[in-house]
Design a protein around this ligand. Structure first.
Ligand code: ATP
Length: 264
């Protein structure tokens, strides 16, 4: 299917690496949320499925927060992938996805960093968000629906609507859109297959190499309330943030907490 922004499922498939050749690719002009669409269909999916929307009218972030986008300015897709499980084995998954996206964008010539647990930053501002939602499969397996929203360009009106400083990658906006999606999907498929076998441990070093706030004073917020403060010291083998506090090293699980620089 083709529409105005040239996204085309056959063209994406033709450009993908062999490791992603089993992924079904769907392109839709508009939907509420690609994550919601795939979550509703997990039980019927024959295999891994990528769903890309030209526009999302109800994009979601964590804890019901909105993810705002604009057709052509944003790249929005979700990838449904079935993991062996159990569910707790997936705690580091959003971080491994961050590694896949950041490494792909880096290889295309734009340096980006990772903010724990699930954001990509460029020049200190949020460039992309990741939302992983899960559904138990019939056997012991677990479906993860991995949503990614990347700002290609950032129109003024959209930035005002978001209400905070955000970033974009105009360099990648110039790239042929199907080739960009194929590059992202190819690396993601490789990372997800590896993650299913090994868990997060082999990705910790790669994540830490891209860590935006290494050694900086940060605070953990729960619903806006400060919980803890310390120096960000990277992630461990499970994807927990290591926080150097006055009382020693604390392991922070992601849950729904947020991270901020202390001077912000
Ligand atoms: P934080 O860790 O900063 O609390 P988060 O990583 O939990 O945030 P998400 O829930 O993943 O954030 O994303 C939703 C938030 O992202 C929104 O509350 C909004 O501030 C911000 N946002 C929404 N749309 C965009 C966008 N296109 N680009 C950058 N940021 C956005």
């Amino acid at each position: 299917m083709t529409f105005h922004s040239d996204l085309n499922s056959a063209a994406i498939a033709a450009l993908c690496a062999a490791g992603a050749s089993h992924v079904a690719i769907e392109v839709v002009a508009e939907t509420g949320s690609t994550n919601a669409d795939l979550l509703a269909r997990c039980a019927q999916l024959a295999g891994p499925t990528l769903r890309i929307a030209g526009q999302q009218t109800a994009g979601r972030g964590r804890a019901g927060r909105p993810w705002l986008s604009q057709a052509d300015a944003s790249l929005m897709f979700s990838l449904a992938w079935r993991f062996k499980g159990p569910l707790h084995a997936l705690v580091g998954l959003p971080l491994a996805v961050g590694v896949a996206l950041a490494e792909t964008i880096g290889a295309l010539g734009v340096a980006v960093q990772l903010k724990w647990p699930n954001d990509l930053l460029k020049d200190g501002s949020k460039l992309a968000g990741i939302l992983v939602e899960t559904r138990q499969a019939e056997d012991d397996g677990v479906w993860a629906v991995i949503g990614c929203g990347i700002n290609l360009t950032m129109p003024d009106a959209l930035e005002q609507q978001i209400g905070r400083s955000v970033s974009a990658v105009p360099w990648l906006a110039q790239m042929e859109r199907n080739a960009l999606v194929a590059a992202l999907l190819s690396r993601l498929a490789g990372v997800l297959a590896e993650f299913d076998d090994t868990g997060f441990a082999p990705f910790a070093e790669r994540w830490n190499a891209l860590h935006a706030w290494q050694g900086q004073e940060v605070k953990i917020l729960d619903n806006g309330q400060p919980l803890q403060q310390g120096k960000a010291a990277g992630v461990d083998r499970l994807g927990r943030l290591q926080l150097q506090t006055e009382a020693g090293l604390a392991d922070i699980m992601s849950g729904d907490v947020s991270l901020r620089l202390v001077q912000e």
